[in-house]
Design a binder for this molecule. Structure first.
Ligand SMILES: [Zn+2]
Length: 714
């Protein structure tokens, strides 16, 4: 029924018994028609509504008015089944393929062609019937539904009339919290099998109301309309709901739940844009307390859940307004079209009573007889369905918001389940998937199946952060790499040398105390500086243009990040610490480190700067750094009062003195002294450790290359 009306929209002027002629030209099947009646074209030109419903008035008054009415909403849904071949022939169907490339005598309805039922259609129908908690008819049949339409060359559609394969079921769903939340149960009247029709293709300007006054204009009109029969004979399941919905959002969520169910079952891709899931909605309203139904209006052309929601809410308002103005006779039984651009429904076609489809049992197909064993075996093979999944997630302690997010998309749910089976913490796994991973997918326009991070590695990442092997911040950095390129968490930690400024590592207890190391990798510091610079190009330009006050801005930016990312752990260690900084090459970063560090220290702390004297090359290193304009500017900007600025150009710079100076500016009350050691051929790490032991150091900060850090850490 619904599908017939759907088609009538497209070719309104020739609704009434046109005669059709088909001819083949260049491999395309052209449909040309002559209409015996052209006055039906006036149907297109609807009479202007007598009651104006201005948008702003609607918004203002609608809430008040609609409170007095109850909306009754029922939905007919067509789901296109993703079988390999069509329902009654061996033609494959692929959305978007060239017109009329997947057709045969059976689906074109050529004389003498006999249909043979694709058993997958039955299997999918039984699956859906069971999933929708329906009673299955063990004995059903196919019927012929007779009507003429140019996209239906047979002149009838194979459908199911009085004995649908499934009846009397229901759908459970949870409304999203932003719409008030709550559980809903909506009845399913029936599910039946049928075949799809072809598609009319309209080229040209799409003006269907063009008047035909001469033979020439008939040709001109029909040369723009062709038919594509690829879709003819593709299996559909029509799902008719009980009129249980009361609001647009309930209807949209019902449709969304059907989409989830068919996707979970794997019987359809459920894509609304492709027409694999099509909803026709019936809306009527009645005064609250009245049991009699109002006049039903059908809305078509709903190709998204949000358009279902908005179209229904619009229609409820429109009808309520007419009622409240005593013009309920203006609400007539009709089919209305949702206009996405205008955000309103408009009359497409008034109904002229019920059509007589002259149904009779399809003589070319046998009855459909199911055995209980067959039904049971399918029942046992059903996957966990959305409702069961939501209830399971809820029992695991997840909030409804999390539950809906994770269970809404079958692939996300599968990913989440797989992450849990790899041992991940439930809440943490949910947070990662709903947070960073979802954001990445949104940005990159990817589905969860496209990302390179496996559930196993996500579980590993969560475990690494939980155990303290890496910080949460590093975890996020690794995540972006894993999402884009894949790989393993362990591999990345090693490869990227993630023992760096943001990591505080406790090593074996010393004789008296537990010694802490903070490794500040100059390369990482350089990267951080580069990032601050690149994120603030405007300020950099101004700085280079002479606005030297901006040093403070850059220093602040960098300092904030560094202290909060890496040095914060210092704040929580006991006061009165002896802190030793081992600083060597890359003096600009060492100085910057010093500046930041000084802010992290407390007055009662003592600071020792240790210079390990065997690096003769540090001056060269400095020169190299200065050749990189961003780093050089950054180094200038990082230090206060431009005190290091001019000196960076000189190779005679005594950077330990500068570090001391930086520290004194930042924290004048902290005593700073410089110690120098010469390893004299001995192992550098051993010398440093021995020195720290002699001095009774509580915390060593190593602004050093990785090799030394690793050596000291053992
Ligand atoms: Zn075929």
């Amino acid at each position: 029924m619904a599908s017939t009306l759907f088609r009538t929209i497209q070719i309104n002027p020739f609704l009434l018994y046109p005669t059709a002629l088909f001819s083949r030209r260049n491999g395309v099947l052209y449909c040309t028609m002559k209409s015996s009646q052209t006055q039906t074209a006036t149907q297109e030109k609807q009479q202007p509504p007598k009651v104006k419903v201005p948008q702003h008035a609607l918004k203002k008054t609608v809430d008040k008015i609609t409170r007095d009415y109850e909306a009754i909403i029922g939905i007919e849904t067509h789901v296109q089944l993703s079988t390999l071949t069509k329902a009654f022939c061996s033609c494959p169907y692929n959305y978007g393929s060239q017109p009329n490339t997947s057709i045969c005598p059976i689906c074109m309805g050529l004389p003498g062609a006999l249909p043979a039922l694709n058993s997958k259609v039955i299997e999918f129908a039984v699956k859906l019937g069971l999933a929708l908690n329906c009673k299955l008819s063990l004995n059903s049949k196919f019927d012929r539904k007779q009507y003429f339409y140019p996209d239906l060359p047979k002149g009838y559609q194979i459908s199911q009339f009085d004995i649908p394969i499934a009846t009397g079921g229901y759908v459970d769903l949870d409304l999203p919290l932003e719409f008030g939340g709550g559980h809903r149960k909506f009845g399913i009247t029936r599910v039946h099998m049928e075949e799809d029709a072809g598609k009319l293709l309209h080229s040209g300007n799409g003006d269907y109301s063009q008047e035909i006054t001469s033979l020439t204009s008939i040709y001109s009109y029909f040369s723009k309309h062709t038919v594509d029969l690829n879709r003819a004979g593709v299996p559909l399941l029509e799902i008719v709901s009980e009129p249980d919905m009361r609001t647009g959002i309930e209807a949209a969520e019902y449709a969304a739940e059907l989409q989830r169910v068919v996707r979970y079952l794997g019987i359809s891709n459920g894509n609304m844009q492709e027409g694999s899931l099509r909803c026709d909605v019936n809306v009527s309203i009645r005064p609250v307390g009245q049991s009699e139904f109002g006049t039903k209006v059908e809305i078509k052309n709903l190709n998204s859940f949000s358009s279902i929601n908005r179209a229904i809410d619009f229609e409820i308002s429109r009808q309520a307004l007419l009622h409240s103005q005593g013009q309920s006779d203006q609400i007539v039984q009709e089919t209305r079209l949702w206009e996405e651009g205008a955000q309103k429904t408009v009359t497409m076609r008034k109904k002229e009573g019920l059509s007589d489809y002259r149904y009779f049992p399809e003589p070319d197909l046998p009855e459909v007889i199911l055995t209980q064993e067959y039904v049971d075996s399918i029942s046992n093979s059903l996957p966990e369905l959305p409702e069961a999944k939501r209830r399971r997630y809820e029992k695991m302690g997840l909030s409804m918001q999390d539950v809906l997010f994770l269970a809404n998309d079958m692939n996300v749910a599968e990913y989440f389940d797989a992450t849990l089976s790899s041992g991940a913490d439930i809440k943490l796994a949910a947070n990662w998937i709903m947070g960073d991973i979802a954001a990445y997918m949104k940005n990159e326009k990817l589905s969860i199946n496209d990302i390179k991070l496996t559930p196993q590695e996500l579980a590993e990442l969560i475990a690494s952060i939980k155990s303290g092997t890496i910080s949460g911040k590093i975890g996020k950095e690794i995540l972006s790499e894993l999402l884009a390129k894949g790989g393993t968490v362990k591999g990345l930690i090693e490869e990227k040398d993630l023992i760096q400024a943001t990591r505080v590592r406790r090593v074996y207890p010393y004789e008296r105390t537990e010694l802490n190391f903070l490794i500040a990798d100059p390369v990482e510091i350089g990267k951080m500086i580069d990032k601050v610079i690149s994120e603030n190009p405007k300020q950099l330009e101004q700085y280079r243009g002479g606005k030297t006050k901006l040093q403070g801005f850059f220093a602040g930016q960098w300092w904030f990040r560094f202290v909060f990312a890496g040095l914060r752990p210092l704040m929580v260690t006991p006061p009165a610490r002896k802190v030793m900084v081992v600083a060597d090459p890359a003096p600009h970063s060492a100085a910057a480190l010093q500046y930041a560090l000084s802010h992290a220290l407390l007055e009662q702390d003592e600071l020792i700067l240790l210079h390990v004297e065997n690096t003769s090359s540090w001056k060269n290193t400095l020169t190299t750094f200065l050749k990189r304009p961003t780093i050089a500017s950054a180094a200038n900007a990082m230090t206060p009062n431009n005190s290091f600025g001019p000196d960076w150009g000189s190779t005679d710079v005594n950077f330990l003195d500068q570090m001391k100076y930086a520290s004194e500016i930042a924290q004048p009350k902290i005593p700073v002294r410089i110690e120098k050691i010469d390893p004299d051929g001995k192992d550098k790490a051993t010398v440093i450790l021995s020195k720290s032991k002699d001095l009774g150091i509580d915390l060593i900060i190593i602004g050093q290359k990785r090799s030394l850090s690793s050596a000291i850490l053992g």
